[in-house]
Design a protein around this ligand. Structure first.
Ligand SMILES: NC(=O)C1=CN([C@@H]2O[C@H](COP(=O)(O)OP(=O)(O)OC[C@H]3O[C@@H](n4cnc5c(N)ncnc54)[C@H](OP(=O)(O)O)[C@@H]3O)[C@@H](O)[C@H]2O)C=CC1
Ligand SMILES: C=C(O[C@H]1[C@H](O)[C@@H](CO)O[C@H](OP(=O)(O)OP(=O)(O)OC[C@H]2O[C@@H](n3ccc(=O)[nH]c3=O)[C@H](O)[C@@H]2O)[C@@H]1NC(C)=O)C(=O)O
Length: 324
């Protein structure tokens, strides 16, 4: 039986420490609970947003509204990782990193299935201990598997799509279904899933399967350590943030430009509205330096967009999800 919590504050559920009270908060611990949730959702008649690790969210608080106009579905399904050797068949639609290793004659691959609530740092620990390569770029991100797949997370020349082979989804019209590579579209910070050729609206990720090339454990460990060191030197990893606030825009040659670089050139580093400020380490990170308010965060996002538009004629788009 699902337990509903009322008037639950979300401030402590996000890494940036912003978020007001939701009228309905439901925590899902097993895929079986989803059917009960679907019934409840139609009875309650308000939309539900999906919470993962809360590492990419800016949620409205009392500075904007008394109570949030949506419920929260916290996908906290955590099961043991299931792990098996993978025999690659080149006829299958395989993730790009697997294809690349196959071309080079690599023969050792491992397939994992991981539930949506699993924390990425714990998954990376597993990869490190077992010499599984592909996700080393995601070191130091406090997210969960579901959010990582939903947003096709990436850093340091890797993306989750490089090794993703299958996703298990709950959809209100189809129940629990599996989508293989041919049923998914993964691009920069975006994922779409399809069922019988039709795009699924509001898919809820329950678990995902990956195929990893297997390497010497030390190679994987060294790649993670190198990325973590770079991250420590270039991002405010000890501050309360939601990662990069803006997506990197694409220039006329189809190349990404760092939004952080543009914001830095526009003089946004250290700019503050009350307790919210743009980081002095990386200008695209918004930091909550104390009792920050969402209104102030949004004011800063707007100031930044206006400045970059005026100076460079570039429209920045939020990378963080704004829940208002
Ligand atoms: N590269 C970097 O340095 C950083 C990257 N990130 C990335 O941001 C993402 C945040 O992950 P996390 O903290 O877990 O997520 P969050 O709780 O921050 O949720 C982010 C979004 O993911 C969607 N989502 C979360 N879980 C699920 C699920 N099970 N099924 C479907 N959609 C889901 C939600 O979509 P909806 O709004 O549609 O309900 C939500 O808006 C990751 O991809 C992470 O890697 C974050 C910080 C830094
Ligand atoms: C932070 C996130 O992801 C990050 C990811 O961690 C890093 C590392 O791969 O690359 C992207 O940032 P980014 O493009 O700013 O990468 P960085 O390597 O930090 O910076 C690129 C260039 O801009 C310069 N730069 C960056 C920020 C700044 O304030 N000033 C500056 O001059 C850097 O010196 C570097 O020359 C991702 N950001 C986006 C929006 O794609 C996130 O998803 O939340």
């Amino acid at each position: 039986m699902l337990q509903i919590r009322h008037n639950m504050a979300l401030k402590h559920k996000t890494t940036i420490g912003l978020g007001g009270k939701t009228p309905y908060y439901l925590c899902i611990k097993s895929a079986r609970d989803m059917l009960e949730f679907a019934e409840l959702e139609s009875k309650l008649g308000i939309p539900f947003n999906i919470l993962g690790g809360g590492s990419n969210l800016i949620i409205a608080d009392e500075s904007l509204c008394k109570e949030l106009p949506f419920g929260i579905l916290d996908i906290d399904i955590v099961e043991e990782i299931s792990c098996r050797p993978f025999i690659a068949d080149e006829k299958e639609m395989l993730p790009p990193l697997v294809r690349e290793y196959l071309r080079r004659g690599h023969t050792h691959f491992t397939e994992l299935t991981v539930s949506a609530g699993y924390k990425i740092p714990k998954l990376l620990q597993f990869c490190k201990e077992n010499g599984l390569t592909g996700l080393e770029g995601l070191v130091g991100i406090p997210c969960r598997l579901g959010g990582t797949v939903a947003m096709n997370a990436g850093a340091y020349q890797t993306e989750i799509s490089d090794v993703l082979s299958q996703v298990e989804i709950f959809h209100k019209n189809h129940g629990i279904i599996k989508c293989s590579r041919k049923d998914m579209e993964l691009s920069y910070r975006q994922s779409s899933f399809f069922c019988q050729g039709k795009k699924l609206e509001n898919p809820i990720i329950l678990s995902a399967s990956f195929i990893f090339p297997q390497l010497d454990k030390n190679i994987v460990k060294n790649k993670m350590e190198k990325n973590l060191l770079t991250k420590k030197n270039t991002q405010p990893i000890h501050a309360r943030t939601a990662g990069c606030a803006f997506k990197n825009p694409i220039n006329e040659n189809g190349e990404k430009i760092s939004a952080g670089l543009l914001l830095d050139k526009a003089g946004l580093k250290n700019i503050k509205v009350n307790a919210m400020q743009f980081s002095k380490i990386h200008a695209s990170f918004l930091e909550n330096t104390g009792d920050g308010k969402t209104k102030d965060a949004i004011e800063l996002l707007n100031i930044a967009k206006d400045k970059v538009l005026t100076l460079f004629n570039i429209h920045l788009e939020e990378e963080v999800k704004l829940w208002k």
